[in-house]
Design a binder for this molecule. Structure first.
Ligand code: FE2
Length: 286
């Protein structure tokens, strides 16, 4: 299966060694998911052989009814043999759909993620600990945990909710950052981050936006980061895909999803319009 592949070069004075981070996001795994989507990701990663693989959330589509865990675990095991895998959770990893009430609500998926955390070379966010460190770079993660339902469903990711649920925690994490190292943040939604630019990270990696539903073939023709519609129905969201140059030493990347329309990854038209995304960040000395 064809991949929607993006290569980005990020130059920074804080690193001497060149390294490649593969950024994946939004698999929205369901038991009926076609194996060729999973395989196409593995094939491309094996060919490029990145130094680190980061996953920006929404690994599963429903935190309670993910099913078929064996295939998902096997896929992550294969990824972990290519490079260390860092993983944060997205809204779908913490929410389940209640068919009677017709709404999403919080569900504790810790049991599933404990299985995943047991895979060698897979690193899942633990409180107050960086996800990954090498000699020059630190990858920190952030997810909303039990506040996921409130932030995404009750407050629809409002700026006020960002100040309440996201900013204090990020300020805390930032307090421990070493400014001499290249600091990377891996989290799910980019919403509100670009309006709060006192953040100290050099590279911010996001998912969640599903390219704003822009078909893969049109992505290169759009000169801005705008999408058509956000996961919450916002029309023409400003930050939906691609690279955002925040300032000289700060860059944001909003990942193209592996699955653009959750639960419809096998649908013929959907497969024609939306190719699974992978982004490669080549990080090197300025
Ligand atoms: Fe998603």
């Amino acid at each position: 299966m064809e991949i929607n592949k993006k290569n980005y070069v990020i130059e920074n004075e804080l690193v001497r060694k060149e390294r490649v981070i593969a950024l994946l996001s939004d698999l929205h795994y369901t038991p009926n998911m076609s194996q060729d989507i999973l395989n196409s990701i593995i094939l491309d990663l094996s060919a490029v052989n990145p130094d680190i693989i980061c996953f920006a959330g929404d690994l599963i589509n429903d935190a309670k009814e993910f099913g078929g865990i064996r295939y998902l675990i096997a896929w992550l095991e294969t990824l972990s043999k290519i490079a260390p895998v860092c993983l944060v959770k997205g809204n779908h990893d913490y929410l389940t759909f209640d068919r009677q009430a017709k709404k999403w609500h919080y569900y504790d998926s810790n049991e599933l993620f404990a299985f995943i955390a047991d895979i060698e070379n897979v690193f899942i966010l633990e409180k107050d600990k960086p996800l990954f460190e090498d000699e020059e770079l630190t990858i920190s993660g952030f997810d909303l945990g039990k506040f996921t339902e409130k932030y995404y469903k009750e407050h629809h990711e409002s700026n006020a909710a960002f100040k309440l649920y996201v900013k204090p925690e990020l300020t805390n994490i930032q307090g421990n950052l070493d400014p001499e190292r290249l600091n990377v943040l891996l989290t799910h939604s980019p919403r509100n981050y670009f309006d709060n630019l006192d953040l100290k990270y050099n590279i911010l990696m996001f998912g969640h936006m599903h390219n704003g539903a822009v078909p893969s073939k049109m992505l290169d023709k759009i000169k801005t980061n705008r999408g058509i519609i956000s996961p919450h129905g916002e029309i023409f969201p400003r930050y939906a895909h691609g690279i955002v140059e925040i300032s000289e030493n700060k860059t944001g990347i909003i990942a193209s999803p592996i699955t653009t329309i959750a639960n419809k990854s096998n649908h013929k038209l959907v497969r024609t319009l939306y190719k699974p995304g992978i982004q490669y960040l080549n990080i090197r000395k300025k």
